[in-house]
Design a protein around this ligand. Sequence first.
Ligand SMILES: O=c1ccn([C@H]2C[C@H](O)[C@@H](COP(=O)(O)OP(=O)(O)OP(=O)(O)O)O2)c(=O)[nH]1
Ligand SMILES: [Mg+2]
Length: 152
Amino acid sequence: MTAKLQVRVLDARFGSEWELPSYATPGSAALDLRAALTEPLTVAPGQTELVPSGLSIYVADPGLCAMILPRSGLGHKQGLVLGNGTGLIDSDYQGPLMISVFNRSQQAFTIAPGDRIAQLVIVPVVQVELDLVDSFTQSERGEGGFGHTGVN
Ligand SMILES: O=c1ccn([C@H]2C[C@H](O)[C@@H](COP(=O)(O)OP(=O)(O)OP(=O)(O)O)O2)c(=O)[nH]1
Ligand SMILES: [Mg+2]
């Protein structure tokens, strides 16, 4: 499925020095986000920093949201993940898109201006109306969880 996403460029380096986010391959699920930094940023082990993406987005449709996810290579090999686990962007948010980076490794990691440090995926959302009930119709799983079904 494709849809339009309203984007405002907040950093003039997009369109000159940096390409706007795009899908790397036809089947890519996410757009890479760049670090719109003015100088390199060294993230010490265990440190969290808020990095501007240089963009703002307006999802607008309450049936969609955006999520900021770590990039696999950075997260797995360098230990650069997100300070908030996953960034959830509400459909009505119009402010600057910010990336919380967390260096979970034992080594300092330096982010250069323009580096692609995270990725943005647009996902469907269902807003629910709470239906208060006294009990649930029994399911096969019931209350079993947290390893209930075993390992093998
Ligand atoms: O990684 C992120 C996470 C959030 N946001 C922006 C968009 C989102 O819509 C807004 C609020 O995020 P969230 O609801 O997760 O945070 P909160 O702590 O509940 O803040 P609020 O009280 O503003 O909802 O902050 C970002 O720019 N980057
Ligand atoms: Mg919130």
